[in-house]
Design a protein around this ligand. Sequence first.
Ligand SMILES: [Zn+2]
Length: 408
Amino acid sequence: MSEFERLRSDRARIRRSFTNIGKKIDAVLTVGRELTDGDLNELTSLFQLLTVRNDELVGKDSDYLEMLELDEAKEKELNAEQDKKCYCFHSGACKIFEESPDPILIDGGFSTELSRHINERIDGHPLWTARFLITDKEACISAHRGFIKAGAKIIRTNSYQASADGFIKHMGVPSAEAIKPIVDSVAFCRKAMELENNSDVIIGGSIGPIGALRGDGSEYSGKYCNDLTPQEYMCLHRHRVDALVNSGVKLLCFETIPCSSEALALVELLKQYPNVRAWVSFSCRNDHQISNGEIFAKVAAQCWKEGKDQLVAVGVNCMDPYWVSTLFKELKNLDSTVPFVAYPNSGERYDTVIKEWVQGENKKVIADYVQEWLEMGIKYVGGCCRNSSNEIKDIGAVINKWKEVNRS
Ligand SMILES: [Zn+2]
């Protein structure tokens, strides 16, 4: 092995080991695992190796620079490959953010669609639909395919309730593999697109609130919102955002957020991923307030102000569709420039005590409201819980009819 090759292979080894050590440190931060003596020994020997190599490299700058250049060129090549593979650049679908004058159809409630493909109860388990990332890959792919067939232009990953901690605690996944199901959630969307032969779809990386990870329904009350600092929010969410973005996701969906403190922390975290776009969507308790009682319009306008370079919209999801028009109207009155996203549930309410959906006052389906929202200028519209691909198809039909009338 030549000196040059030896340097290269050392460098590759150092890089690999640092990545592994980085993952271990991440595991310490996110799931509380401690660094073992082995980890620390590895770290020490790497630093020693680095110091020795550094000394050897003194006076051999040209070799070293050449090596760096080679690696940078290789890296560029790899990145270009990655971009080509990315659904977004490959299909040009990302352009719809900037170019489409029309409202864009989002998918519906993943658990509702998934329940058509499995024979067990989804609600009531701490990981909710995320456990099927491990136990029933085929059903996950079929559920995404259902929404693509229905015409959805944005399909969201099944990662709303997914976290490394959750997979370790509730599924017995070893900590070294605890990120994999989140990575798989993107792969399943891609597979569905491939099987439907439709590359003109954007994958939205779903990031549910901390309340969803707790599995106690607190995303609908926001009762944890005063207990966490922005840094704590970012720390808890970071590994999920990392996993989705590293898998090629270019749009993140921060959804069912119950309070401004979590939304603003997520907007701050987003800034660390400058090539990624996102929407922030709140859960609401009525047609005026988000789940923790703050005023929707005020909070939404604040998020937009803080994050408009990367946000594609701010809005609401998983609440009664009957409330959408008023929420939208109040936001427009405060700041008419904010693009609006809405994907309500069926109007039923999730009872956190009996862990069942119970009928609310709303008796209409989402499609009945969509015309009004379109006239108000909604940008992204779809469904949340209790809305399957059937309802998404119905919403799509209203959008198409509206486009015919307004664009002819
Ligand atoms: Zn929902």
